[in-house]
Design a protein around this ligand. Sequence first.
Ligand code: ARG
Length: 286
Amino acid sequence: MTTQTANLANPAARKATERTILMCRPDFFTVNYRINPWMHPEQPTDTSLAVRQWEVLYNTYLELGFDVRLIDPIDSLPDMVYAANGGFVIDGIAYGAKFRYEQRGPEGPAYMDWFRDNGFDVREPEHTNEGEGDFLLVGDVILAGTGFRSDTASHREVERIFGREVVSLELVNPNFYHLDTAIAVLDPEPIEGGAQNIAYLPSAFNEEGLAVLRERFPDAIEVNEEDASVLGLNSYSDGYNIVIASRAKDFERQLRERGYNPIGVDLSELLLGGGGVKCCTLELRR
Ligand code: ARG
């Protein structure tokens, strides 16, 4: 039986796994600078709507039984809600972030303080990187994005720190500037009867990266431009339940077909900053 048959025919193999995550309430969310094409500082934002939408995501995670930790928002850091960028955490080791743009610079130390205070072994980054925005763990392999934010030197740093294989992928479309806007990890843990899978937007990668993805993930879900443009890929999976943008309808259908349980949430206000579900979610792996 091929992996694909196993993945499609054996949806019963899908199993929710326990997750521990870190989030940051968007009490100070706004868009007052522009560091990605989604951001339009001249247009108004509604902070209380952002908070209400974020709370739906937060409550969804609680209902799924996740252990959700919170970091205090800082009022001069409107992008702090995008916790995924705060670091990359595996085996209790927290590799800190070093942001590309100065507007987000202070978030690096703020998140490192939180990691330290909560018992993580913090590694200060030497190279520019935006945490789980550009680093995705799939099985034993770390997929690492570059092109807009994280430097490839940080990929080597991550390889040294975590002692795992790091596969660099170059992003080419400025709308999908972080790897977690172009790839969704569907199976965070090894699954029975098949390989751990991902979903991605092919046009977000150069030819070389695309070849790597096609070779490593022959059964991957390819998401269309429309769903990617509502940051549908910026989703978070526990292996069975996958929290996605409610507007990503075709992606939702494909997930259901494969035996996952997609749960749609609307983060339209946070989309104005260029982030979605996954951006608001940092995984804490002990
Ligand atoms: N405004 C933020 C930035 O451009 C959005 C970050 C989104 N985060 C993510 N993990 N993709 O840096």
